[in-house]
Structure formats: structure tokens, C-alpha cells
Design a protein around this ligand. Structure first.
Ligand SMILES: *[C@@H]1O[C@H](CO)[C@@H](O)[C@H](O)[C@H]1NC(C)=O
Ligand SMILES: *[C@@H]1O[C@H](CO)[C@@H](O)[C@H](O)[C@H]1NC(C)=O
Ligand SMILES: *[C@@H]1O[C@H](CO)[C@@H](O)[C@H](O)[C@H]1NC(C)=O
Length: 363
């Protein structure tokens, strides 16, 4: 273990070390996937208001009020604030987020982190159980976000109110945001309700170490995915800007196990959705980390207009910064699969590309 940690830290000082040597290689599954030409110009339907309605049922036909907004640029709309969501059965041991101070900075600093059983730094776990101890519920909007409690199966009154051991039960979902609340002095860029915190904007690298154990109920399958934070600010399941494809505000399925006819419960696929359409990992897939944890690193890079998803053999979560050359090394690594998102071309797939989410709860 000591020698492998040395190898990782050596990468940090080697400005010429453009090929990080900790990318996992497996013979029969994907370990490195890169989306190129991610951004562009387009529009999505931004939520401007969610009319709560009156008990006992929602009779407001236009309760989900939106306006079309145009966005453009590299990795648009993924340069907007993002959240990362997790669905059990899963055990999460570590999370860290790295960001550059600007798109040309030589260093990406650790801005958020959390260790199972330990403390969090600028990171809050939320879930969609608003209306009780935190957040709100309405007949038209359903549940807003709530602060997740320590066992990730209920809400808490305050952020990170207890130590969390990282065990996400089957069927439960949590998502991470920063410790910065959306409020009048630190406003979020779109409609929010209940409990809402800022996500991570511009370039960012998420690193997570997690295990996805076998499901005792085969229909309960794990997933890790990133969403435009606006989705959870309104309603992750209900009135939001997500869509899947045209007029969508952005979703990246990082590693999602599918449950359905013909789906392999030992595989974890990736899909990307924006106003441009959708594409994904196609016929290949990551291996579901059933027996031991694995580490996924996801880089959203504005300067190269790319997103990479890689499985790493290890990660030193104590490192407080990563050089740009290391980030470039991941983005430029050979041996993986590269998928262009330059147009709304859809790839041959293991399944209907828009079918997957219907297998995830309410989704
Ligand atoms: C980008 O960030 C670096 C490091 O913080 C800084 O030295 C540089 O001046 C910044 N560049 C721009 C264009 O803001
Ligand atoms: C979290 O909430 C669930 C549902 O209310 C409850 O069963 C569980 O005991 C709570 N966990 C903690 C640590 O409070
Ligand atoms: C707004 O949120 C910020 C960041 O969480 C916090 O520092 C500040 O105290 C809050 N302000 C108000 C008025 O609640």
C-alpha cells in the first residue's frame, strides 16, 4: 500500500507525467471513457416557479412554470452547478472534489471532501424527503430536497447532523452539494425551494470510492450520476429542467446498473444527456464493483470541452491539490473509449437509450 501511494504522489510533482499510471485496466470491461465535443449552444427549459397547489390534490395545470434559456460554451450545460447522486445498494467510503480557480490554472485544489465515519468539508448529503425535518412538500411539487440523516434512509433537521457510515440501502438515494446554502446573499441561479445548496460550477473533478454489492432484490440496482443542480433545487422527481435529450439541462450517468430484460446486473453503463441529445457507452460497460470498492474519477474540463470517467486503482484523498498536467494526463490517456458528443447521433446500445431511467424509481 505504501509503495502505491508513493507512486500516486510522484505523479503530482512530475510536470511531464502526462499518463497517470493508476487507471485500472481490465480485459473484459471498460475502465476509461471520454466524451469529447461535449458543449455547444442550445436551450433548455429552466424552472422559474413551482406552484404548490392546495390540498388534497394538484389542480394547477401549469404548476411547473418554465422559461427557455439559451446557453453556450465548452461543456455547456455541464459548466453550470452540478450535484452527484447515488442510489443503493452501495457503500461509499470517500469523496473528494477538485477545481481550478479558473480554466487555465495550473492547479486544481480540493474544494470538498468526505470520509465515511468521519467529517465532511464543504460537502452535504441531501435526499428527496423534504417536508418533515427539513425541506418542504406540496401537492403539486411533491418532496423537495432534505438534509440526509446519518443512515441515509431519512431526513435530518440540519446538514450533516450525524456521522455517516457510508452504507446506502437498496432503493435509497442521496446526492451531494456544497456546504453553501442558496439564500438572498448567496443566491442560486434558478428557482429553489425547501432546502437547497449550491453545487460545483465550471471545471471540476469528482473522485469517489464505492462498492456496489449484489442486490438482494434484483430490481434494486445501484447508480452514480451527475445532474444540473437546478434539477434538485426544484424537484428531482417531478417539475425540473432535466428532460432526457432535447431541452434538457444536463445529466451524466457515470456508472449505472440497469434492471430489465437483457440487462447485465454485473455491468455499469454511462450515458450523457443535454439539449444536444444523448449518447453513451454503447455496447461496452464498466464492471459493477460487487466484491470490493473501486474508485471512479470524473473530470469535467472546460478548456478541452471534454468529460472523462475513469476507474482508478487507488486515490490518495489526503492530497489537497492535483496539477493541471495530471488532469490532462487523465483526459489524454490512451487505451480507453472515446465518444464524440458532437451531434445528436445515438449509438448502438444494449438497450433503448431512453429506456434506462424508467427502471430507476420514478425516473
Ligand atoms: C488563473 O488562476 C491562476 C492561479 O490561481 C492565476 O495565477 C491566474 O492569474 C488566473 N488567470 C486568470 C486569467 O484569471
Ligand atoms: C433516518 O430516518 C429513518 C426514517 O425516518 C429512520 O428509520 C432512521 O432511524 C434515521 N436514522 C438516524 C440515524 O436518525
Ligand atoms: C447565506 O449562505 C451563506 C453560505 O452558506 C452563509 O454564509 C450566510 O450566512 C447565509 N446568509 C443568510 C442571510 O442566511
Amino acid at each position: 500500500m505504501f509503495s502505491t501511494l508513493v507512486a500516486v504522489s510522484t505523479l503530482l510533482v512530475g510536470a511531464n507525467a502526462l499518463t497517470p499510471n493508476n487507471i485500472m485496466r481490465r480485459d473484459n470491461s471498460l475502465t476509461s471513457l471520454k466524451y469529447t465535443s461535449v458543449g455547444g449552444s442550445g436551450s433548455y427549459n429552466k424552472v422559474t416557479d413551482l406552484v404548490p397547489g392546495d390540498w388534497p390534490s394538484c389542480t394547477v395545470s401549469d404548476y411547473c412554470q418554465t422559461e427557455s434559456v439559451t446557453v453556450s460554451g465548452n461543456i455547456a450545460p455541464f459548466a453550470e452547478e452540478l450535484t452527484v447522486a447515488f442510489r443503493g445498494p452501495m457503500t461509499i467510503s470517500n469523496i473528494a472534489v477538485y477545481q481550478p480557480s479558473n480554466s487555465s490554472a495550473a492547479t486544481w485544489s480540493q474544494v470538498s471532501s468526505w470520509t465515511a465515519g468521519g467529517a465532511a468539508n464543504n460537502l452535504v448529503f441531501m435526499n428527496n424527503k423534504g417536508g418533515g425535518l427539513s425541506g418542504e412538500w406540496s401537492v403539486c411539487g411533491g418532496a423537495s430536497q432534505s438534509y440526509a440523516n446519518g443512515t441515509w434512509d431519512g431526513a435530518a433537521a440540519s446538514p450533516m447532523d450525524s456521522v455517516m457510515d457510508g452504507n446506502l440501502p437498496a432503493g435509497e438515494e442521496v446526492n451531494i452539494v456544497t456546504g453553501n446554502a442558496c439564500n438572498s446573499t448567496n443566491a442560486c441561479s434558478a428557482f429553489t425551494r425547501g432546502t437547497a445548496n449550491h453545487g460545483w460550477a465550471d471545471s471540476k473533478m469528482f473522485v469517489v470510492t464505492a462498492q456496489m454489492p449484489d442486490s438482494s432484490d434484483a430490481s434494486q440496482v445501484p447508480a452514480i450520476w451527475a445532474l444540473n443542480a437546478q434539477v434538485v433545487w426544484a424537484a428531482q422527481y417531478g417539475c425540473n429542467c432535466r428532460n432526457e435529450g432535447p431541452v434538457g439541462c444536463g445529466e451524466l450517468d457515470i456508472a449505472e446498473v440497469l434492471y430489465g430484460t437483457g440487462d447485465d446486473p454485473t455491468a455499469a453503463i454511462s450515458e450523457i444527456y443535454s439539449f444536444k441529445g444523448a449518447t453513451g457507452s454503447g455496447a461496452s460497460a464498466f464492471a459493477r464493483p460487487v466484491d470490493s470498492p473501486t474508485t471512479f474519477a470524473v473530470v469535467f474540463d472546460e478548456s478541452s470541452d471534454q468529460i472523462s470517467i475513469q476507474e482508478l486503482t487507488e486515490w490518495d484523498y489526503t492530497q489537497t491539490a492535483v496539477t493541471r498536467s495530471i488532469v490532462s494526463g487523465y483526459l489524454d490517456a490512451s487505451g480507453g473509449e472515446t465518444v464524440s458528443f458532437s451531434s445528436n447521433s445515438r449509438r448502438a446500445d444494449k438497450r433503448s437509450i431512453f429506456g434506462a431511467h424508467h427502471r430507476r424509481r420514478n425516473h
